[in-house]
Write a protein that binds this ligand. Structure first.
Ligand SMILES: [Zn+2]
Length: 213
């Protein structure tokens, strides 16, 4: 069992897990050896520990509870029809290769009640859900369905743009390819959906330098 350190890197383990973590580090060491390098040379000696810490950070969503969402009341006749939160950055791991997926999420929703959630909470939820091995298709669908409940929304529409390292650096080796997925919860009319699909964009993260040095 893992214990968590309030949203910081969740590599903090209770004592009973310490042995298991040591065991995992031994596996990483053996993997390095299997690949043909010497895990005991100075540059690699601490790598199994660092590798495990990085992996624990990238999958912290598996062990941390979902972030709590605080709501602020609207006053008088204040009324918001539609809220759009654009280009929330996330980092994940593809579940087929355990290689990084880097992308952005745009969330559009219509509040059901006269209350609004704190802005950062939507971003926190996106980053929490991303912090595990994922399929972009499932990630997008889960966001739309779960955020509808979390945000007390009439509907939620989600668009995700992501770069998949497994396609960029190996296999097809296409560094310009990116994936766009959309999903929406129930409660959305056909007209609203058509409008959202045409008007909502998410930005592909820029991580590739095309400049010459
Ligand atoms: Zn992959």
């Amino acid at each position: 069992m893992f214990t968590l350190n309030r949203g910081i890197i969740s590599a903090v383990l209770v004592h009973s897990d310490h042995d298991e973590l040591m065991e995992m580090e031994k596996y990483v060491s053996r993997l390095i050896e299997f690949l043909g390098d010497d895990p005991n040379r100075p540059g690699l000696r601490e790598t199994p520990r660092r590798f495990m810490n990085a992996l624990l950070e990238l999958t912290r969503g598996l062990r941390e509870p979902p972030p709590k969402v605080k709501f602020f009341p609207m006053e008088g006749n204040e009324y918001v029809v539609r809220i759009s939160i654009n280009d929330i950055r996330f980092i994940s791991l593809c579940e087929h290769h355990m290689l990084p997926v880097i992308g952005t999420v745009t969330v559009v929703y219509e509040p059901l009640n006269s209350e609004v959630p704190g802005l950062s909470k939507v971003a926190r939820y996106v980053k929490w859900l991303a912090a595990r091995p994922m399929l972009q298709e499932r990630f997008t669908a889960r966001l739309a369905n779960e955020l509808k409940e979390v945000l007390h929304a009439r509907y939620v529409y989600v668009k995700v743009c992501a770069l998949h390292m497994c396609a960029m650096i190996r296999g097809v080796k296409d560094e310009d390819m990116y994936m766009v997925t959309e999903a929406w919860s129930d409660g959305i009319s056909n007209e609203e959906l058509r409008d959202l699909r045409n008007s909502t964009h998410c930005r592909v993260p820029r991580i590739v330098l095309t400049k010459e040095y």
